[in-house]
Design a protein around this ligand. Structure first.
Ligand code: NAD
Length: 281
């Protein structure tokens, strides 16, 4: 079985991006800029944002974090986003989720100009992705896609099952696999026989949030299995896939941690650079 090393893949991607930033700098005399807005003092969000800033600096991006207290008014955030939309030094804007209850998440997502939407959540980017046009692609599914392509460059005709239909993971993942000419089944909490669906799959992407949901006897021999889940349990962090069981059947499998997670931030940097490149045309 191939243990898909997300840490290594992410380090390779960051090294490529670092070179690209250096080339862009010598060509345009400026570097792509990422601005992250962090609202409140949720510890996981603070850790994510710190890691994003560190990685952005590592590849040579200009990075900025704007911090607001939990009590900040929605209007102030929307005004700041408008200011960033018209700031030429800002290539990408990310508002760290979740937001405090009094701030309308969808309003915030739609306030970010689609050309600076590095999370790929704006309806314009969602629509472009599903229409097969160029768009920002949500970072986690983009990372999964790049890992799958490393194992299997030609996905045409493969059967893929995506478990979970969130806007963040499942739905964009489905679009990416469709674009590669996979036959895709998207499953969710109301799916009648998830095991039977998974058993059909050459590729399984699990993005559910249920510890070790996907068992060894759900997986066809030689399937590629990508585990997006991050679940805190008494035994530490586990994915949505039962690692020990599935590793006996799968051709390739991502560990948790160290699989999809590291690719997510690297893909955020890629999206920022891609936004910059599109703005220079
Ligand atoms: P979500 O809660 O928004 O969506 C979960 C999906 O799973 C839903 O579509 C639901 O229908 C489906 N589901 C629930 N129970 C099911 C069942 N019994 N059978 C089949 N489907 C079922 O979750 P999300 O935001 O997509 O996140 C999923 C997991 O991925 C979480 O563990 C989250 O922590 C993790 N995550 C990881 C990364 C990363 O970088 N690795 C990024 C984002 C999220």
């Amino acid at each position: 079985m191939i243990l898909i090393d997300g840490k290594k893949a992410a380090a390779e991607l960051r090294a490529e991006l670092k070179e690209e930033v250096a080339e862009l700098k010598s060509k345009h005399n400026k570097v792509p800029g990422l601005t992250v807005i962090l609202i409140g003092d949720l510890t996981p969000s603070q850790i994510y944002v710190r890691n994003k800033e560190k990685s952005a600096n590592e590849v040579g991006l200009k990075s900025e974090v704007i911090k607001y207290p939990d009590s900040i008014e929605e209007k102030t955030v929307l005004e700041k986003i408008q200011e960033l939309n018209s700031d030429e030094t800002v290539s990408g804007i990310l508002v760290q989720l979740p937001l405090p209850k009094h701030i309308d998440k969808q309003k915030v997502i739609e306030a970010i100009h689609p050309s600076k939407d590095v999370d790929g959540f704006h309806p314009m980017n969602v629509g472009n992705l599903s229409s097969g046009y160029e768009s920002s692609i949500p970072c986690t599914p983009l990372g999964c896609y790049l890992l799958i392509k490393k194992i299997e460059p030609n996905l045409s005709g493969k059967k893929a099952v995506v478990v979970g239909r969130s806007n963040l993971n499942g739905k964009p993942m489905t679009q990416l696999l469709l674009k590669e000419n996979c036959t895709v089944t998207i499953t969710h909490s109301k799916t009648k026989d998830l095991k039977a669906e998974c058993l059909e799959a050459d590729i399984i992407v699990a993005a559910v949030g249920i510890p070790e949901l996907v068992r060894g006897d759900w997986v066809k021999k030689d399937a590629i299995v990508i585990d997006v889940g991050i679940n805190k349990t008494d035994n530490g962090i586990v994915g949505d896939v039962h690692f020990d069981e599935v590793s006996k059947n799968a051709k390739a499998l991502t560990p948790v941690p160290g699989g999809v997670g590291p690719m997510t931030i690297a893909c955020l940097l890629k999206n920022t650079i891609d936004c910059f490149k599109r703005s220079q045309i």
